[in-house]
Design a protein around this ligand. Structure first.
Ligand SMILES: [Zn+2]
Length: 271
């Protein structure tokens, strides 16, 4: 069978990133919830001292409501949201964070470089409703950790997609066993040759670090990359005797990351 080696990203894909008529979610680990619209998703990590939201989809109240409803529907308490951790300063990730700050006083995290980038280079410069609309409390960078209760998120500086893009590795639990999950922050390579070269360097670094941390779980913040919507659907209905589709193993994680190389080489051909 001839399988695709990268997703097909069209104008429709970009348009669907703003379609808030559809949300889905699944508890994919005992302590990790994924919430998605058609193209973009966020995660909620449960600790013994509250919840950490990772990325915030899109700046609209309906998105915030969908995330909060999903948290409630798996039996967690949104009042325990303590932190909002962002991968990068694009509007489809900074998203509805303002509501987490206003409603739950969530402490916000992003790199300083991308906080400035978010303010000075909005993703949609012609649309003020998508501009930076909340403050970052804590600047984080490569080598930092974010700890809440029994969980620690490891922070990796992976510039390329944006100048201050971050990627994360953190432990998740399935039936009492700990696995290491990796989230590559910036899905697609940028539109400049230097940018793509930096992106590829960051990717090499992240793959090495993921190897050191024995990452066996591949996450994505865009559903087109990882059959995201299908993985969520499967996870919602998974029987107890069926495997967790996010646990792919250490070697498969390395293979999974080749999609980002494929996208980069394709971009270099175009530039
Ligand atoms: Zn982005």
């Amino acid at each position: 069978m001839n399988r695709l080696n990268k997703p097909i990203i069209t104008k429709e894909t970009i348009k669907a990133m703003e379609d808030m008529s559809f949300f889905t979610h699944a508890l994919i680990f005992d302590d990790l919830l994924i919430i998605a619209q058609k193209e973009t998703n966020c995660f909620v990590l449960k600790t013994n001292d509250g919840l950490i939201v990772i990325d915030a989809i899109w700046p609209a109240k309906i998105v915030f409501d969908a995330i909060v409803d999903a948290i409630k529907s798996v039996g967690w308490n949104p009042d325990t949201i303590k932190k909002l951790v962002l991968t990068h300063g694009h509007v489809d990730h900074t998203g509805c964070g303002k509501y987490f700050v206003e409603t739950y006083n969530a402490e916000t995290y992003l790199s300083e470089v991308d906080d400035i980038f978010w303010k000075e280079h909005p993703t949609k410069p012609e649309r003020p409703e998508t501009w930076k609309n909340y403050q970052i409390d804590t600047y984080i960078q490569d080598g930092d950790t974010i700890t809440l209760g029994d969980k620690t998120i490891y922070v990796y500086g992976t510039p390329g997609h944006t100048p201050g893009c971050l990627s994360y590795i953190f432990p998740v639990k399935e039936a009492g066993e700990t696995h290491m999950a990796a989230l590559w922050g910036g899905t697609t390579p940028p539109w400049t040759k230097n940018g793509v070269e930096q992106y590829l360097k960051s990717l090499d670094y992240f793959i090495r670090e993921a190897n050191n941390k024995k990452v066996d779980v591949a996450l994505s913040n865009h559903t087109a990359i990882d059959n995201g919507l299908e993985r969520i659907l499967y996870s919602k209905k998974r029987m107890s005797y069926m495997p967790n589709i996010y646990i792919i193993g250490q070697d498969a994680f390395q293979k999974y990351c080749t999609v980002f190389q494929t996208l980069s080489f394709e971009m270099l051909d175009r530039l």
